[in-house]
Design a protein around this ligand. Structure first.
Ligand code: ATP
Ligand code: MG
Length: 582
């Protein structure tokens, strides 16, 4: 009991390290970064590397706990892999070369190469190939919650994009694709429960598989205007996807207009669609953008309408290749015979693969580069001038586009990617030769899924979604404390004893409560309470106490209500329970 009393003692603001700041720190660009610093939850140690202070750790542990409970509930087992990984494993998968500068490489005293793990497909596959030998031990789903390191180019958004950050990464192994698909669905549902329990507004969206590779993927996006990712969702059905990936329904093709003759025009120095469209006084949708890529050593020429953006994710899908790269200037000059900025589909040299976005089907009288310096060509028609192009869905989706599943249209939203689930196929298991013998004694390469959650990014996303001018507005399940008790004058014996009593009773009811016992003016305490963002505040003041009452205020509401002292504990416990699900 003495230990317990000591523990309780620490939940007093006067004793805790909560260094709140009045001013917005200059280095913080996004709201979550500003508020985490101002609320005394984190401090920067180096670019993209942070200390977590006591309040920050409390929030962190809450996210971790929800993630851990739901992973275990879904049948996954917790492991802990090393942060420092030997280069050999990464060489086996080929990622030692491919991962680039984001991979922090280090040497030990003997000059052996290691990296600080940015993700752990190699390490987990190595574990499983050594210790799982038979199909009878499958399926297996292993996860960990651990610090990762990615040497990001621009680690400037606090916990949103750190260099060192905490991730939950999980990996599952299966004898066949069907079982892997079943687990994918299982994880998808677990992720739904996790973000529901965090109290966040989010959307699962179809996503590109990116550098991790694989065949199928969903991102979980916390909706926030400040989000880095653009997502579209259908206004009529459940379909939602990253704009890079969203399938676009084909609208009825317009009645085809007459094919007009080609006509070259001088466009000296005007290269971009904006420049040429201003110069020729024609709207961007009358143009065809011609982009040159290299994929699998082949030059790929992709055409999209001038007002559309090419999606590299879709281009990769259309080509069935894992990576595309913009062609270097020398390649552009060789293939078009012109400097960069004047490419078009007519008269390309050498062998190229030509693809056109489906929106260009049937286009007539369009403008594009003439493959000649300072020249564009008008009157371009799909049926005459690039009839051999493969038609595909190549462009980034936007508001108003047709849903691929129904007659609905897309609404555009912004989101923060807090999690992603992938079906990886055999990419890593084949490279690392992770096999088991099946029922017939035949060796089988394992099918693999992987499932990540940005634990620290989820904290930032929660703030980006829930804040106002005064500070953070924590959803109840993530709040560092569910309620703060503020005696307006700590020197006043009556106020102090009432506050102490409420603190003890709330604690006994299992409510997470902080007592602001600092010898500060009420204004200072209220400002800090709003900044830190406790969902509930109990104010113990002289006048109300004369009526045997205190004030109860929700962080989301402007006004407080007076509640009898005798009832406030039960009322608070009720509110907390209503907004927390186990
Ligand atoms: P992004 O596209 O934002 O760089 P990613 O797709 O490369 O992220 P994953 O490899 O899918 O990231 O990692 C799993 C999760 O880890 C992500 O969904 C994200 O929430 C989180 N995460 C990734 N990079 C960072 C980072 N630099 N800082 C904080 N969290 C991160
Ligand atoms: Mg991702």
């Amino acid at each position: 009991n003495r230990r317990r009393a000591r523990y309780r003692n620490r939940m007093r603001q006067s004793q805790m390290l909560i260094p709140t700041l009045r001013d917005v720190p200059a280095e913080a660009e996004v709201v979550s970064h500003q508020l985490l610093l101002r609320a005394g939850m984190i401090r920067q140690v180096a670019r993209g590397i942070y200390d977590f202070l006591p309040l920050g750790v409390r929030v962190l542990r809450k996210v971790e706990r929800i993630v851990r409970e739901e992973m275990v509930r879904a049948g996954a087992q917790e492991v802990l892999l090393p942060a420092i990984c030997p280069a050999e494993l990464w060489q086996e998968s080929g990622r030692w070369e491919k991962y680039g500068k984001e991979l922090l490489r280090i040497k030990d005293r003997n000059g052996r190469d290691f990296c600080f793990g940015p993700t752990h497909e190699e390490v987990i596959t190595d574990l499983v190939r050594r210790d799982v030998r038979s199909y009878r031990e499958l399926p297996i789903n292993l996860f960990q919650i651990q610090s990762k390191f990615r040497d990001e180019v621009r680690p400037r958004f606090g916990l949103m994009r750190g260099r060192e950050f905490i991730m939950k990464d999980g990996y599952s192994f299966h004898v066949d694709r069907a079982d892997c698909d079943r687990e994918y669905e299982n994880m998808f549902q677990a992720y739904r429960r996790i973000f529901d329990r965090c109290g966040l507004a989010y959307r699962p969206v179809e996503a590109d598989t990116g550098a991790i590779g694989g065949s199928r993927s969903h991102e979980f996006q916390v909706l926030a205007e400040s989000g880095e990712d653009a997502i579209v969702s259908c206004d009529a059905c459940e379909y939602a996807a990253n704009v890079e990936k969203a399938g676009i329904g084909v609208a009825a093709s317009p009645a085809s207009a007459a094919v007009t003759p080609l006509d070259e025009v001088a466009t000296p120095g005007h290269r971009t669609i904006e420049e040429v469209s201003a110069f020729l006084k024609l709207p961007a949708e009358r143009f065809i953008k011609t982009l040159l890529y290299v994929a699998d050593d082949t030059v790929v020429v992709a055409l999209v309408r001038g007002d559309h953006a090419l999606s590299e994710a879709k281009l990769k899908d259309a080509l069935g290749t894992p990576a595309v790269e913009l062609a270097p200037e020398t390649t552009v000059e060789r293939v078009t015979g012109a400097p960069v900025g004047f490419a078009g589909p007519i008269g390309l040299r050498g062998s190229v693969r030509l693809l056109a976005d489906q929106a260009l089907a049937g286009i007539t009288d369009a403008v594009t580069g003439a493959n000649k310096a300072d020249t564009h060509v008008r009157g371009v028609s799909a049926s005459r001038d690039f009839a051999t192009a493969e038609l595909a869905d190549l462009r980034v989706a936007t508001a108003g586009d047709r849903c691929p599943r129904c007659a609905g249209h897309f609404v555009l939203q912004r989101g923060i990617e807090v999690g992603q689930v992938f079906s990886l196929g055999t990419k890593y298991s084949a490279a690392l030769k992770a096999t088991v013998s099946d029922a017939e004694g035949k060796e089988r390469v394992l099918e693999m899924g992987c499932y990540g959650i940005g634990v620290t990014r989820t904290i930032a996303a929660a703030i980006e979604q829930n804040h106002d001018d005064a500070g953070i507005i924590w959803p109840m399940p993530l709040a560092p404390f569910q309620v703060v008790v503020v005696p307006v004058n700590i020197a006043d014996e009556r106020l102090r004893t009432t506050a102490e009593r409420l603190y003890a009773e709330l604690t006994a009811r299992g409510v997470e409560v902080l007592l602001d016992d600092r010898d500060e003016r009420p204004g200072v305490k209220f400002k800090d309470a709003d900044l830190i963002g406790y969902p509930l505040r109990i104010t113990v003041g002289t006048r109300a106490l004369e009526r045997a009452a205190v004030e109860l205020k929700r962080r989301t509401e402007k006004a407080a209500t007076e509640v009898p002292v005798a009832e406030v504990v039960a009322r608070v416990a009720e509110l907390v329970a209503a907004e927390t699900t186990a």
